[in-house]
Design a binder for this molecule. Structure first.
Ligand code: G4P
Length: 533
């Protein structure tokens, strides 16, 4: 007998949009997030995140949380937007870029890719996009900073196609650019959305005038030259542009593209309206069944289940507790729920769900598929853990991502070896860094590897703070790596490469340059070099 859907769970699931913003630092992720808060009515004036340089969302959000009492944490932020419930997952960039940034994407149902119109597709965007592709996460594209002189829109879309290998289909089109940026044309309705330039410039919602593309008043509003160009561009797109279908977008074959300026709010509301319209609600996820095989886990009809995608150490020195963030995949979450912890094979009570509702730090009572719940944990949770009401399956293991920084770490005092080993085991289990064993007999000690350098600092800090072990870290001259598929004996490696094994016994090759890696891939056609495992 198939379980009958609970109408409340069905309704709540359908109105959730759980997403992450992927971008290169400075493309405008923070500004765009803040404008979502402005348009959702959570804040009345934008511009609070000004004056912060470098250090990003985490602290901004925490600051905003205190000031406005809105529902924010450093890892996920929830608020209503026009009848929908938005969950924005934080993807730390800048110096905080780490494996966590990648892992967060496994908890998202869609992603917004923000590009700087002056710069196009940059490195971190490309790496994060690859993860979206791997996870088949649909991606919407927002091309930002149209108020500044930038590159030609057609050029930018061509770059998205060439570099990322996805069709880009512009759903709106800019009228003018830089100082002349006057509005966007909604290609689905043929309306021109003209933005009024006001003194508030971005702090308040933008005023929009909507005119049909054939409305005679347009000539007077934007001038004959811009209008002629708009007509010309639209005709060109009609003939040469990629068609858009929501199905193709959901399959990850096409990204709908939008133009705007997060700073001045031009194009923000139409973009977010299209986002809630197009982006998927939490859907069924494939899970591995205990006895072998897999099934699709329906978010509405299946009882409660979730997986842990991030563990955050407590920076409060008096407590060793961590905060385990889990994404709900099915059913309703309620306080004091007793669930199966699959890895530990025992039942646990979810007694202290750390609230995402920051207003009064109240305890969270209910949550639904797509929501993120933080649970205080000492040793209970690890990244990738599944919990559920009934058990019988595992959420898919989270992929590991190609480390790009490598080091040798050792305790400064030999007497601290035991604490050092204990701390390393725990921090590796939490996913702070990865551990690799060199094949070369002369290098018996394991190496540590991470996606970003900050992870080494976190490692050292936590070993010192929590395990009272001071350590020495010496970085190694490798720049990238790959999991090797195929016989390592017949792999023709560059002389500077190092063969290692990971915790699961898989072969990992470390390279001193991207060039070496590419050349090794060419020289070893019978082997595969994988960026994810
Ligand atoms: P990030 O989170 O992706 O790193 O980017 P963030 O929003 O912090 O934006 C990076 C810089 O780009 C900020 O300027 C921000 O004001 C600016 N910016 C964002 N969107 C737009 C836009 O649409 N047009 C223009 N012209 N600028 C934009 P900053 O000088 O680093 O900081 P601030 O002091 O201006 O806040």
């Amino acid at each position: 007998m198939s379980p009958s859907p609970d109408p409340e769970i069905a309704r709540e699931t359908a109105r959730r949009r759980t997403f992450a913003i992927i971008s290169h630092p400075d493309a405008g992720k923070t500004t765009l997030t803040e404008k979502l808060l402005l348009y959702s009515g959570m804040i009345r004036t934008a511009g609070m995140v000004k004056n912060r340089k470098g250090k990003l969302a985490t602290s901004d959000w925490m600051g905003m949380e205190q000031e406005r009492g809105i529902s924010i944490t450093s890892s996920a932020m929830q608020f209503p937007y026009k009848g929908n419930v938005i969950n924005v997952l934080d993807t730390p960039g800048h110096q905080d870029f780490s494996e966590d940034t990648y892992r967060t994407l496994t908890a998202a149902d869609s992603a917004i890719m923000v590009l700087d119109a002056g710069k196009g597709v940059e490195t971190q965007t490309r790496k994060l996009f690859e993860v979206c592709r791997l996870r088949r996460i649909p991606v919407l594209t927002f091309i930002n900073k149209l108020d500044l002189p930038g590159r030609d829109p057609l050029d930018l879309l061509a770059e998205v196609e060439q570099v990322l290998g996805i069709h880009a289909s512009p759903l709106n089109w800019p009228v003018g650019a830089g100082r002349e940026f006057a509005g966007v044309i909604d290609r689905r309705t043929s309306e021109v959305l003209l933005f009024k330039k006001t003194a508030a410039a971005g702090a308040q919602k933008a005023e929009i005038e909507r005119l049909h593309i054939d409305d005679p008043r347009l000539t007077e509003r934007i001038g004959a030259a811009l209008l002629e160009k708009a007509h010309h561009d639209l005709e060109l797109l009609e003939v040469a542009g990629n068609p858009f279908s929501r199905e193709a977008f959901l399959r990850g074959e096409v990204t709908p593209a939008f133009f705007g300026s997060a700073l001045t709010n031009f194009g923000i509301e139409p973009f977010y309206d299209a986002f809630v319209d197009l982006a998927p609600a939490p859907g069924a996820r494939p899970v591995d069944l205990e006895g072998g095989g897999e099934k699709l886990l329906d978010p509405v009809t299946e009882p409660f289940s979730a997986f842990v995608f991030k563990i955050q150490a407590n920076m409060d020195k008096r407590h060793r507790d961590c905060l385990a963030f889990m994404r709900i995949c099915s059913g309703r979450f309620g306080r004091d729920l007793v669930v199966q912890h699959h890895r530990l094979g025992k039942q646990i009570r979810l007694a202290r769900p750390h609230t995402m509702v920051a207003q009064e730090r109240a305890t969270l009572d209910e949550a639904y598929p797509g929501d993120v719940v933080g649970l205080i944990s000492r040793d209970t949770f690890r990244i990738g853990d599944t919990i559920s009401l009934d058990g019988g399956f595992e959420h898919k293991p989270l992929p590991q991502f190609q480390p790009e920084v490598f080091a040798r770490v050792s305790p400064r005092e030999l007497t601290k070896r035991k604490s050092f080993d204990k701390g390393m085991d725990q921090l590796i289990a939490e996913g702070t860094v990865q551990r690799l064993w060199p094949e070369n007999g002369a290098l018996n000690d394991p190496l540590v590897a991470a996606v970003g350098k900050l992870q080494f600092e976190v490692l050292q800090y936590r070993l010192s703070d929590e395990y009272k072990v001071e350590t020495t870290i010496s970085e190694l001259p490798f720049e990238c790596s790959a999991w090797l598929e195929g016989d390592p004996e017949t792999f023709n490696a560059p002389t500077t490469a190092l063969m290692t094994k990971d915790a699961r016994g898989r072969n990992v090759v470390l390279f001193t340059s991207i060039w070496d890696k590419q050349s090794a891939a060419r020289k070893n056609p019978a082997h595969k070099l994988l960026d994810y495992a």
